[in-house]
Design a protein around this ligand. Structure first.
Ligand SMILES: Cc1cc2nc3c(=O)[nH]c(=O)nc-3n(C[C@H](O)[C@H](O)[C@H](O)COP(=O)(O)OP(=O)(O)OC[C@H]3O[C@@H](n4cnc5c(N)ncnc54)[C@H](O)[C@@H]3O)c2cc1C
Length: 586
């Protein structure tokens, strides 16, 4: 069973991602290290003792739709209640609406642990957190007064409605219609698919944030508006009024995260008898500027989905390590015991386990560093720099961490041998869960395109240059630490950063010279190259902060066994486009 790695998480937050410095500089008021530790310990306890034991029920029984109502797996409704009673929903929520206003770094750390417990459970509140942020930034005071406190407390949950059958990655194709009702409200008509927690029994009301198009809107993404569409309308005194014309028509049967209902939502189909047609909606932000508002929610959600990758990877690693220490096969060299050896003693199994651990640490560090940048953008003087840093790291945190989630969960199955393929060990279900994260919240292919075309050009390329210089400085700090047992770590990590620099320079030139197709062809290998180089620098930082020991050994393993992949990735970025363009399907 999963045990939250609270100490590891606290170490990474403080010594790798920058929380300790920020606390010492007083960036977060009177938040102290002790309080951080206490919050992490309790979030970890909740995950290990309350969420993880209900994982299996979620996977095996899943969410069920009957007569338009969705029932979540046995025990999950009560779990949600405990969770909101613990005040967890409002961790980063605005203080004026009952939230605790804590840094994003704490939220992502807690999210990691909750997702390790059961990703299908934690995804629901994640969407509510995104909805809170979008409303806080873009909604009218009236909407905030009606909805925010209840979303912050968790009494109501939020959803995010973008996808339609013909509009997935390409939201310009969106067709859901919004009409002005003449009284300041709107009527929404259309179908949304794949809506996570679109219907459920956790809360009495559900607050849908829905992208739709006004009749006179310009074509494409510039003609999309964002609306708040509650399941139940809200009376002036805050009580629930009539049912809105927003219904779940079906839920999906899917590979993993079975506990999370994935709903087809129908807006304005006239299901509410005796009322005028159309789901009643309220505009968020300005007409035709909805995508920008939704991006507030999506950026937050992208990092949160990255945390799902880290979370599943951690859970898979723990499970595989425990199995490898118990399972005996063959005789490992040097094992003095008389029986067969635990498989963890075989070099190939140890290699798999260390790969799992090192990739998980790298993805965690990058994701926490992204959260740190988001926090600094709010509290530091140089907001633009930190906003850009967060923007640069968001696609990497999302795509690399979720790829790591799949890779590590797959290795976890391999460590278990045949038992990994059998459902009862739980290794297989982690792999099934992990597989969605590279797809939703913008596929990893779309993240790579975002990184190359929108993030590399930030501040004329200076943001990425500055970041690469920081990575290099971290590796040089490892070199000058003279820690024992580092082998060729510093040279290997420094070579990876050089690969990153060369590939970045190539892509910058390709974009400047209008060779966009060439740049796009290399986007995915570039993102992985970027993440591997950055992950190495963070592992180096951890080794220095811990003054050697296990962290230095893990850093060395990563440097000498994993990071050299950057050289091949750089070649793919620089030389791969021509053969890609030339190849044809027979
Ligand atoms: C379990 C689950 C939960 C979900 N939850 C939600 C939710 O709560 N709310 C919501 O709105 N949506 C949700 N989604 C939808 C999800 O966000 C989309 O599936 C995702 O954005 C991809 O869109 P698509 O499925 O239409 O794939 P497509 O857009 O058809 O993509 C197919 C492939 O083509 C690639 N591709 C597409 N366009 C390009 C391009 N321009 N350049 C390069 N490659 C490209 C993609 O990377 C992908 O590999 C969920 C989906 C699932 C399965």
């Amino acid at each position: 069973m999963y045990r939250a790695p609270v100490e590891e998480i606290a170490f990474t937050l403080k010594h790798v991602a920058g929380l300790k410095d920020a606390l010492e500089e007083g960036r977060f008021g009177d938040l102290s290290e002790d309080l951080v530790d206490a919050i992490l310990a309790e979030a970890g306890r909740f995950s290990s003792e309350e969420i993880a034991p209900l994982y299996k029920a979620g996977d095996q029984q899943g969410a069920v739709l009957k007569d338009g109502a969705v029932t979540t797996p046995p025990g999950w409704k009560e779990l949600y209640r405990h969770w909101i009673e613990g005040g967890w929903n409002g961790l980063t929520g605005p203080v004026e609406y009952g939230g605790q206003g804590l840094p994003m770094m704490l939220a992502v750390a807690a999210l990691e642990m909750w997702n390790s417990g059961a990703m299908a459970f934690a995804i629901g509140p994640t969407l509510t957190m995104g909805a809170i942020e979008a409303l806080e930034k873009h909604a009218t005071e009236e909407l905030k007064a009606t909805y925010l406190a209840k979303l912050v407390s968790g009494e109501w949950m939020g959803t995010m409605n973008l996808t339609e059958p013909q509009a997935g990655s390409d939201l310009a194709a969106l067709r859901t219609r919004a009409e002005r009702a003449g009284d300041g409200t709107y009527r929404i008509f259309g179908q949304k698919i794949f809506i996570t927690y679109g219907e459920h029994d956790f809360t009495d009301n559900i607050v849908h944030l829905v992208l739709a198009r006004l009749p006179d809107a310009p074509a494409g993404t510039r003609g999309i508006s964002l609306f708040l569409v509650p399941k139940f309308l809200v009376n002036e005194d805050g009580s629930l009024g009539r049912r809105n014309d927003a219904f779940c028509a079906s839920i999906e049967h899917k590979l993993g995260i079975h506990g999370s209902p994935t709903c087809t939502m129908i807006y304005g189909d006239g299901f509410v008898r005796g009322e005028e047609k159309g789901a009643v909606g309220w505009l968020i932000g300005e007409e035709n500027r909805g995508l920008a508002c939704m991006f507030t929610m999506m950026n937050n959600a992208r990092l949160a989905v990255g945390m799902q990758g880290v979370a599943v990877a951690e859970a898979a690693f723990q499970k595989a390590l425990a199995y490898a220490q118990e399972r005996r096969q063959g005789r490992a060299e040097g094992d003095a015991g008389k029986e067969m050896s635990p498989i963890v003693l075989h070099p190939d199994v140890k290699r798999m386990l260390l790969t799992m651990q090192a990739l998980t640490h790298a993805a965690r560090s990058i994701s926490y560093a992204c959260a740190h940048a988001l926090d600094m953008a709010k509290v530091a003087g140089d907001a633009k720099h930190w906003q850009e840093r967060a923007a640069l790291l968001t696609p990497i945190a999302k795509a690399f961490s979720t790829d790591v989630g799949v890779d590590v969960a797959s290795l976890g199955v391999q460590v278990h041998g045949g038992m990994g393929y059998i459902e009862e060990t739980g290794a297989a279900s982690l792999l099934r869960d992990a597989r969605i994260a590279p797809i939703y919240e913008g596929t990893n292919g779309i993240q790579a395109i975002d990184l190359v075309t929108r993030k590399l050009p930030l501040s004329g390329g200076d943001q990425v240059k500055g970041y690469i210089a920081e990575l290099r400085a971290g590796i040089e700090a490892l070199r000058s630490s003279n820690l024992p047992g580092l082998g060729r770590s510093t040279d290997r990590l420094a070579a990876a950063v050089e690969d990153l620099e060369m590939a970045t320079g190539f892509l910058g030139r390709a974009l400047a010279e209008g060779r966009t197709q060439e740049a796009l062809a290399g986007a995915t290998p570039y993102l992985r190259l970027f993440a591997l180089a950055a992950g190495g620098a963070y592992l180096a930082r951890a080794a220095v902060a811990a003054n050697g020991g296990k962290r230095a050994a893990l850093c060395r393993f990563y440097a000498e066994n994993l990071v050299s992949e950057t050289s091949a990735l750089k070649d793919r970025v620089i030389e791969g486009a021509e053969s890609l363009a030339a190849a044809e399907f027979a």
